[in-house]
Design a protein around this ligand. Structure first.
Ligand SMILES: Cc1cc2nc3c(=O)[nH]c(=O)nc-3n(C[C@H](O)[C@H](O)[C@H](O)COP(=O)(O)OP(=O)(O)OC[C@H]3O[C@@H](n4cnc5c(N)ncnc54)[C@H](O)[C@@H]3O)c2cc1C
Length: 396
């Protein structure tokens, strides 16, 4: 059995499977990707029918990544013949007068600066286009036509399949216990055997610190248990994806939702609606308080979206204190590259895989990732207060 590779990827969730694919396109059989559970498991962050994709972001750093992400998803669809992205249109909604990052003005300005077309709508205009909504006076919205969803489960499976096609070895049910620098190589010690490689990509989601710890590093990452609920609405025609968009209600209590996709049911959740956990302490039990807040919001603003609860699915966010990604070499270890997702990365997954492949093989990337450096204060300054702290603490 082969023990030495050019690059080893730890983790085959959304980002790791994308990294394995982009690496295999360049160095073929010199790639090994290792997953601790079975492929397609739901212990992490990436396994569900849908994740929102959008160009609309409050921070231009992400808008700059949106165009190449859409392009790479399209290339992946062309190579695989499998449809992954569905453009349904998207609404960012909120109240006029909201301050801080949830103020829709930031999204509008960032989109305008990047030449992204959008429509600015008042509450009446939103409800004229989408009578499914009941919005209060003083609500407003931004509509962007390219928003939609990525089929996350299929995207992961496609990345894995094509990584294999390009020669990568994918090992599942194998846990990496530690990483160790030995001369010019990195030893990847698993619960069965030890491998050696010139580069390692860590795409380990909620388990990131478990691996960094073996290198003497711990980052201030907060893991929360989040959830989405599928509602078997009887009003299927109104919420089909040709008539209803993805949406985000931007407010201190932020909710988001999808048209019918994957199940004959709508889907919605609350962003940072869950409690702080660890990868070990998380349960798969839905939080009834989060569920109650979601249902109250939907009763008030999207009553016909509701229906008998089909199921509630739990999932993990892994967030640096500023909720921005980390895409960088581990400090002092140029052979080890790490990605942390901040709880909003799936829409970029295939691009992040490309970026990680370039960082690992070339030591640099063509994409603008300076805001995601590992030496920024959010990771190095112990007094940096997590921007989501209030949400997590208040909801306990
Ligand atoms: C409820 C919810 C809704 C979301 N909605 C959106 C959305 O609408 N749009 C969007 O863009 N993003 C969204 N996200 C965020 C997005 O899903 C994540 O950013 C993304 O899936 C993170 O992928 P990942 O590969 O980093 O993590 P994961 O999918 O968790 O993958 C990490 C993998 O590494 C493996 N691993 C860890 N340690 C080891 C080890 N030691 N050895 C071997 N394997 C290991 C794990 O088992 C896991 O498979 C949402 C997340 C949640 C939870």
């Amino acid at each position: 059995m082969r023990r030495a590779y050019e690059v080893i990827v730890v983790g085959c969730g959304g980002i790791g499977s994308a990294a394995a694919y982009h690496l295999a396109r360049r160095v073929g059989a010199d790639v090994l990707a290792i997953e601790q559970f079975h492929l397609g498991h739901d212990h992490g962050s990436s396994q569900d029918h849908s994740r929102i994709i959008r160009r609309s972001y409050h921070d231009p750093a992400y808008i700059a990544l949106a165009a190449p992400a859409y392009e790479l998803w399209a290339e992946l669809e062309a190579e695989s013949g499998i449809r992954l992205v569905y453009k349904t249109g998207g609404l960012d909604l909120g109240m006029v007068g909201t301050t801080g990052p949830k103020d829709l003005t930031h999204c509008a300005l960032s989109m305008a600066a990047h030449g992204i077309p959008y429509d600015k709508l008042d509450a009446g205009e939103v409800m004229y286009r989408y009578p499914q909504f009941r919005l209060p006076e003083g609500a407003h919205g931004l509509y962007q036509a390219d928003s939609g969803l990525v089929d996350a489960a299929k995207a992961n499976a496609v990345h894995v399949a094509l990584a294999r096609l390009h020669g990568a070895t994918i090992r599942e049910r194998l846990r990496v216990l530690a990483l160790k620098l030995v001369g010019d190589a990195v030893e990847v010690i698993t619960d069965h055997e030890t491998f050696s490689s010139r580069h390692v990509v860590i795409a380990a989601g909620a388990w990131t610190n478990h691996l960094l710890q073996s290198l003497g590093i711990i980052w201030p990452l907060t893991v929360t248990q989040e959830q989405v609920t599928y509602f078997a609405t009887p009003h299927v025609r109104e919420f089909a994806s040709d008539r209803f968009p993805v949406w985000i209600w931007r407010a201190p209590e932020e909710f988001y939702g999808f048209p019918i996709y994957g199940e004959v049911a709508t889907k919605a959740g609350q962003d940072v609606g869950g409690e702080e956990v660890t990868a070990e302490s998380r349960t798969f039990e839905p939080n009834p308080r989060t569920h109650e807040r979601l249902v109250r919001f939907l009763e008030a603003h999207l009553p016909r979206f509701l229906g008998p609860e089909l199921r509630t699915k739990t999932c993990l966010y892994t967030m640096p204190p500023d909720r921005n990604f980390v895409l960088d070499a581990v400090p002092g270890q140029s052979r080890i590259t790490v990605a942390v997702d901040g709880g909003h990365a799936f829409k970029f997954a295939t691009l992040l895989g490309r970026i990680l492949s370039q960082l690992a093989l070339d030591g640099r990337t063509e994409y603008p990732i300076t805001p995601f450096r590992a030496d920024r204060p959010a990771l190095t300054d112990p007094t940096f207060r997590p921007i989501f702290r209030n949400e997590v603490v208040l909801r306990r």
